[in-house]
Ligand binder design. Structure first.
Ligand SMILES: C[S@@+](CC[C@H](N)C(=O)[O-])C[C@H]1O[C@@H](n2cnc3c(N)ncnc32)[C@H](O)[C@@H]1O
Length: 220
């Protein structure tokens, strides 16, 4: 899934995220606040579950069993709501209070537990989950905090649990342009160094110039 952003929105993201080297996460709240409830001003808002999650779920018989699920950086909540439909006990968090409020307003009857939390400073009390969904968040964080983000995500995967990662991917270890800052093979390999096993990977090529994304499934 890749849509070219309107130029003005692309420039706005570039400007806001220019503070990311000193404050990796602060610009997200500014962007959500300045959107003032207009989803067209949130570049990643699709108002639908991510198609790579939908596709993956359609192939999973066992995930029809209710289990605990956790959505990292949940944005406007569509992926969390999709998992809730499967009957999972879903927790979802985002660093932006405005995004979390927005989720609660969009889905007032939801059973998803939406929380404000910073992946980079997570309370150790956060329980690991059987299914963790990480979609396009690590790529939105600068390289300097990437390892910290990956470690925090890996810790949230329960024994025998599954982690599904959807991210842009770069085929070299150079410094990428961004955001989004595509992940490299060695960055993804950190999940396996942290005790997860990669069990499936699908690559998606879209757009002109071509954007490479991957969906990687890990098991603890
Ligand atoms: C590029 S958006 C992706 C949103 C959603 N995962 C999706 O794919 O539509 C990144 C999201 O992660 C959130 N975020 C960024 N850094 C975070 C952090 N340290 N902890 C929790 N959420 C974070 C942002 O507020 C934003 O909602």
């Amino acid at each position: 899934m890749f849509e070219k952003q309107p130029e003005a929105l692309r420039k706005k993201v570039q400007e806001l995220s220019s503070t990311a080297s000193v404050d990796p996460t602060g610009w997200f709240e500014t962007l959500y606040q300045e959107a003032q409830g207009d989803t067209s001003q949130v570049p990643w808002a699709k108002l639908a579950p991510h198609p790579y999650l939908q596709d993956w779920l359609s192939q999973q018989a066992q995930l029809q069993e209710p289990t605990s699920a956790l959505v990292i950086g949940c944005g406007l909540g569509d992926d969390a709501e999709r998992l809730q439909v499967c009957g999972h006990r879903v927790r979802a968090f985002d660093v932006s209070p405005t995004a979390v409020d927005w989720c609660r307003q969009r889905f007032p009857q939801s059973e998803v537990q939406y929380k404000i939390a910073d992946l980079l400073h997570l309370d150790p009390g956060w329980e690991p989950a059987d299914f963790v969904f990480e979609c396009r968040n690590i790529q939105a964080l600068p390289l300097a905090v990437r390892s910290q983000a990956i470690q925090a995500i890996a810790r949230l995967v329960a024994p025998q649990g599954t982690l599904l990662v959807v991210t842009r991917f770069r085929d070299n270890e150079g410094v990428p342009d961004g955001p989004p800052w595509a992940l490299s093979e060695s960055e993804l390999a950190e999940f396996t160094r942290l005790g997860l096993t990669e069990i499936n990977r699908v690559q998606f090529l879209q757009g002109d110039p071509v954007i490479t994304q991957v969906r990687v499934e890990y098991r603890r």
